[in-house]
Design a binder for this molecule. Structure first.
Ligand SMILES: CCCCC/C=C/C(=O)SCCNC(=O)CCNC(=O)[C@H](O)C(C)(C)COP(=O)(O)OP(=O)(O)OC[C@H]1O[C@@H](n2cnc3c(N)ncnc32)[C@H](O)[C@@H]1OP(=O)(O)O
Ligand SMILES: NC(=O)C1=CN([C@@H]2O[C@H](COP(=O)(O)OP(=O)(O)OC[C@H]3O[C@@H](n4cnc5c(N)ncnc54)[C@H](OP(=O)(O)O)[C@@H]3O)[C@@H](O)[C@H]2O)C=CC1
Length: 275
């Protein structure tokens, strides 16, 4: 595997990558692992996780994997305890697990809004708190990268996740200040539209509209998103904390696939409506 980083940059590190079984999380787990880190991955579904762990081991990476729903505090605590029992420590946390379903806000049921906030905001907090208390604060060292989404402007069709990710962005800033004393750095990465198993579930017309409204006129890849996350998790970024970095081909600066609804344009982009 070709690297833009020095071989062995992560020797001695133990990295937890939530949602590390697929997409961006898998790319990060693989890149950190081939650069020397021991890796722990979690997700809700055991099958893709086990498959991912096998692929990482085939690359010579020491991997711990366990099913864990980040919305369930007891599962999160058991997962982190398992990582510390296996590797003796943890020094990096990539809060990548997350997701939502696109829907116009007026069709969003209270339970659906709550499910997405639990997934992206509360789950991220739960994992962060458990890792900080069990590993980072006792060792006075830790690096956290939170994978969020575009929070620079409104996110039509994504009211639930926009609100949750904006919460994570502010948490990033607050913890960067509050936990600097513990040697913990915290940053966030906001991907634009990246080709992964996650976006493969979205309507192709919507992805094409997103591509067309991205200044660089393409979607991103999991690997190039990983490079930014890995940089932030490395000692090379030791003076960087509390920041949000966009990797989106310029999409957050210009244009949007979303047409503002009015009498002339009453409907939304092709977000699925409930039956
Ligand atoms: C232009 C494109 C931009 C794209 C940018 C972003 C891309 C990505 O994020 S890619 C990653 C995509 N991957 C995922 O999103 C996967 C993770 N997502 C989920 O697992 C779900 O969306 C979840 C967060 C809602 C959790 O699912 P689940 O555990 O199955 O949730 P519940 O069974 O607890 O459902 C609770 C409640 O939520 C509402 N709901 C769930 N799914 C939908 C849906 N597809 N459409 C409408 N509403 C949904 C619903 O109210 C559920 O309650 P019940 O009706 O009682 O089941
Ligand atoms: N791809 C894109 O264009 C963008 C992605 N993002 C965000 O980047 C992150 C990675 O997404 P991507 O790789 O594209 O998509 P994927 O759907 O491939 O990855 C999401 C991962 O998170 C895991 N996950 C989701 N919910 C939970 C949960 N409650 N507990 C534990 N694991 C969970 C999933 O595993 P499992 O289903 O087994 O639980 C899966 O491995 C997500 O947070 C996504 O929302 C943000 C902006 C754009």
């Amino acid at each position: 595997m070709q690297h833009i980083f020095r071989a062995g940059l992560f020797d001695g590190e133990v990295a937890i990558v939530t949602g590390g079984g697929t997409g961006i999380g898998f790319a990060v787990a693989r890149e950190l692992g081939t650069l020397g880190a021991k890796i722990a991955i979690c997700g809700r579904r055991p099958e893709p996780l086990a498959e991912a762990a096998d692929r990482l081991r085939a690359d010579g990476i020491d991997v711990h994997h366990a099913a864990c729903d980040i919305r369930k505090t007891e599962e999160v605590e058991a997962f982190v305890d398992g990582v510390v029992a296996r590797f003796g420590r943890a020094s990096i946390l990539i809060n990548n697990a997350g997701g939502q379903f696109p829907t116009p806000a007026e069709h969003l049921a209270p339970k659906g809004f709550e499910a997405v906030v639990r997934n992206n905001l509360l789950g991220t907090w739960s994992m962060t708190h458990a890792v900080a208390r069990r590993a980072f604060i006792p060792s006075k060292r830790g690096r956290i990268v939170n994978v969020i989404a575009n929070v620079a402007r409104g996110f039509p069709g994504m009211a639930h996740t926009g609100a949750a990710r904006a919460g994570v962005e502010n948490l990033t800033k607050t913890l960067a200040v509050e936990w600097a004393v513990h040697g913990i750095r915290v940053n966030a990465v906001a991907p634009g539209v990246i080709k992964t198993s996650g976006t493969a579930q979205y309507p192709p017309e919507l992805l094409e509209m997103s591509r067309a409204s991205t200044p660089l006129k393409r979607l991103g890849s999991a690997e190039e998103t990983s490079h930014l996350i890995v940089y932030l998790a490395s000692t090379q970024a030791d003076f960087v904390t509390g920041q949000t970095f966009y990797i989106d081909g310029g999409a957050s600066l210009w244009g949007s696939p979303w047409q503002i609804p009015d009498d002339e344009v009453p409907q939304y982009p092709p977000y699925p409506l409930p039956e």
